[in-house]
Unconditional design. Structure first.
Length: 328
């Protein structure tokens, strides 16, 4: 989904020089990956702290950003890859910053929420109400899905365009009857307004928001063997986090990265459905709807066109590479 506006320029000389480099020539390159504050992306910190990339024989440098800034850096060719949602991969690509999704790391499983003011206990009760949402962004798509689930459309409510990071304050002010946000903003909204309720979450529609690692085509071509090692490390991370014997250590590492205690971070991780390799592989099947990356991304593409996030439909096949996960 759109969370920002991007501009990107890559000179013809640099593009030509990089695209002509052979995979063996480029293999020694450091791979620069941008990541930001979402549990499914903070998870990479486990591999960083454990030194697993060095063990795998791949030179990787992770750069920490605010989410929008990470995509801007990727669009400016300052990164080889970036963590983002499948919908945002289309948005960056529409500006000329093409990417290929090589990992489906997780899907949001409750962290994205429609939070209603006290007295409103269901989505159906939102009819005729004012809802604060960042229009054209991922929360907007979640809201449309929530309304559709009870037979409503956005014409049945009044949308108020509110930046996601301002939603807790706006709900607390009483200017709106509900807001749409993702963690930590959704959780802050609930805590700031006693009696408020999450009437719909991403857990009600698994696959609405897939979180991915998206790699530039240039780097993927030049360093395919190295990216395969990165993918292998990722699934080592997932296994470590999901193992009851090591989850506490993983929580300690992840929570420290964002300045929280393990106890504070645990519910955020619980709202993120990390995917083991086999589970992720199944999501690469080309099916309709939210139960596949292809289906979910197609829905995002339709949404982006409808709300004029971009004008031209994106070629979904160019954005998806299952070979690093399927059959491994």
């Amino acid at each position: 989904m759109q969370r920002f506006n991007l501009t990107s320029r890559v000179t013809a000389f640099v593009f030509l020089a990089l695209s002509l480099a052979s995979p063996s020539q480029a293999a020694a390159e450091t791979l620069f990956i941008g990541y930001s504050d979402w549990p499914g992306w903070v998870a990479w910190e486990v591999a960083v702290e454990k030194g697993w990339f060095a063990e795998a024989g791949v030179d990787v440098q992770f750069e920490w950003f605010d989410y929008a800034a990470s995509m801007e850096a990727f669009a400016a060719s300052q990164l080889d890859a970036v963590t983002m949602t499948n919908g945002d991969a289309l948005v960056t690509g529409s500006t000329g910053a093409q990417s290929v999704m090589v990992i489906i790391g997780d899907y949001s499983n409750g962290n994205d929420m429609v939070v209603a003011a006290p007295g409103i206990k269901s989505v159906s009760e939102l009819k005729g109400k004012r809802i604060g949402v960042e229009i054209g962004f991922v929360g907007h798509l979640l809201l449309l899905d929530a309304l559709e689930s009870v037979g409503l459309t956005e014409t049945d409510v009044e949308l108020v365009n509110v930046p996601t990071n301002e939603t807790p304050q706006v709900l607390a002010s009483g200017d709106v009857d509900a807001i749409v946000a993702w963690q930590p903003n959704s959780g802050q909204s609930l805590s700031r307004v006693p009696g408020s309720t999450a009437v719909y979450t991403s857990g009600d529609q698994p696959g609405l928001i897939y979180d991915v690692l998206a790699v530039s085509p240039r780097s993927l071509y030049a360093n395919r063997e190295e990216w395969s090692k990165v993918v292998d490390v990722w699934y080592r991370v997932v296994d470590y986090i999901l193992d009851p014997a090591t989850v506490d250590d993983a929580l300690s590492i992840m929570s420290a990265r964002v300045g929280l205690s393990s106890e504070e971070y645990e519910p955020l991780l619980a709202g993120t459905r990390l995917l083991r390799r086999g589970e992720a592989g199944a999501l690469y099947e080309e099916t309709e709807g939210f139960d596949s990356l292809h289906g979910s991304t197609n829905i995002s593409n339709d949404f982006n066109l409808r709300y004029e996030v971009y004008r031209d439909s994106q070629d979904l096949e160019a954005y998806i590479d299952s070979s690093f996960t399927v059959g491994k």
